[in-house]
Design a protein around this ligand. Structure first.
Ligand SMILES: NC(=O)C1=CN([C@@H]2O[C@H](COP(=O)(O)OP(=O)(O)OC[C@H]3O[C@@H](n4cnc5c(N)ncnc54)[C@H](OP(=O)(O)O)[C@@H]3O)[C@@H](O)[C@H]2O)C=CC1
Ligand SMILES: O=C1OC[C@@H](O)[C@H](O)[C@H]1O
Length: 348
């Protein structure tokens, strides 16, 4: 175990949109330093490194991942590259936070986790929803029995956002699968979820662009989801219980609001007034402007990016404690989610 206050030194692999957001977060976390950036080009590393004040700027991912002073590599490259970039970091003995989706299927995800186990390094799959306080609240409401027995849940994440450039299942469906697993998984009942139905449309690139699926969980709870990169939806999620409903409005994958409405008695058509629980994003994390920025320069590129702080703080904690997985999002859970995604892809 490393000192609880020791500085964790990060390298960023890839210098695109999410990398910019994450760097701003890491620079504001206690005892955390962005030491290096690796880019496919020296120019890319310099541009990004100069913008964010990163001292070690490398024109290849290999150099950044093998810097002896780096503790954690943040994989912020396009999804198709994630397996090779994760394995590069692991080979160099570095801990990994890999953007979603870490692999195109569960078999390859397993290979990454196996390599990490052998090398005794931490790997966290960056499905960042998992680390939001609002998600913990959802869990607590479910466990308290406040909305009775949970019977089903749904999630929808569709946005017209580059159909064909990647798989909708891997880009936005992964958040839906993660959500359903979080709310419908029952640790007391063993077994894997079964895909009972799915439909998809395929873009001319070969990537799925719209997928809808129905899943039966071992506890007989039913989950459904829809994801698309070709059309829009309200990007919300809902949990249905015998005594009420939990709504997680847009953006359900990085939520700050949880709404609970209960039936006031069995057989009654009376419903309670909704209870709203708010979980504001960390107030001490702000978008950082640099000298070159003017008022029109966007701070963060993505919705609620301040919330990346929850997952990054968890990676720092796990690294300091010498863990090889996050107890909040275990290797087994990551593989289950990717297995579900794989089976939906095969079924549809
Ligand atoms: N958690 C979240 O909220 C979000 C997560 N993501 C995930 O992050 C990952 C990156 O997304 P995003 O930042 O939007 O992507 P960008 O295209 O903005 O950035 C990706 C970076 O990867 C590097 N790269 C390596 N190979 C290629 C290639 N063949 N084509 C293009 N770039 C390449 C480039 O950096 P360089 O030139 O320096 O090598 C590029 O800047 C994806 O997996 C995505 O799913 C995306 C958005 C939000
Ligand atoms: O991970 C993501 O991918 C799609 C984006 O629109 C979203 O904001 C982001 O969190």
């Amino acid at each position: 175990m490393t000192e609880a206050t020791s500085t964790v030194r990060w390298a960023i692999l890839g210098s695109g949109a999410i990398a910019s957001d994450m760097v701003q977060i890491l620079k504001q976390l206690p005892n955390c330093e962005v030491l290096a950036v690796g880019s496919r080009s020296v120019e890319g590393a310099k541009r990004f490194g100069d913008r964010w004040g990163i001292p070690r700027q490398y024109g290849s991912y290999e150099e950044a991942a093998s810097d002896k002073d780096v503790d954690v590599c943040y994989i912020a490259t396009p999804s198709l590259r994630h397996p090779q970039d994760c394995l590069l970091a692991i080979k160099n003995g570095k801990a990994v936070l890999c953007e979603k989706s870490m692999a195109p299927n569960d078999t390859i995800a397993k290979e990454i986790f196996d390599a990490a186990k052998k090398a005794n390094v931490l790997v966290v799959h960056g499905v960042w929803s998992r680390f939001f306080p609002a998600m913990q609240k959802v869990r607590q409401i479910i466990d308290s029995g406040e909305i009775g027995e949970i019977r089903s849940a749904r999630a929808s994440f569709c946005q017209n956002d580059g159909a064909g450039s990647c798989s909708a299942l891997l880009e936005t469906g992964i958040y839906c699968a993660q959500f359903l697993q979080w709310v419908l998984e029952d640790k007391a009942v063993s077994g894997s979820p079964i895909v009972r139905g799915a439909a998809k449309t395929i873009h001319e690139s070969g990537n799925d662009e719209h997928v809808t699926a129905i899943i039966e969980f071992p506890s007989k709870k039913i989950g459904s989801f829809e994801c698309s990169l070709a059309h829009c939806s309200d990007r919300s999620a809902t949990i249905y219980g015998s005594g009420g409903v939990i709504e997680i409005p847009f953006p359900f994958w990085c939520p700050t609001t949880v709404k609970v409405t209960k039936m006031t008695g069995l057989g009654s058509q009376k419903w309670s007034e909704p209870e709203l629980y708010e979980f504001p994003l960390p107030a001490d994390i702000v978008a950082l402007k640099t000298e070159d920025d003017d008022a029109s320069t966007p701070g963060f590129n993505f919705c609620n990016s301040q919330g990346l702080a929850y997952e990054a703080a968890e990676v720092n904690r796990c690294f300091r404690e010498g863990l090889t997985e996050s107890p909040s999002f275990t290797t087994a859970q990551c593989i289950d989610i990717l297995r579900l995604i794989t089976e939906i892809g095969n079924y549809a």
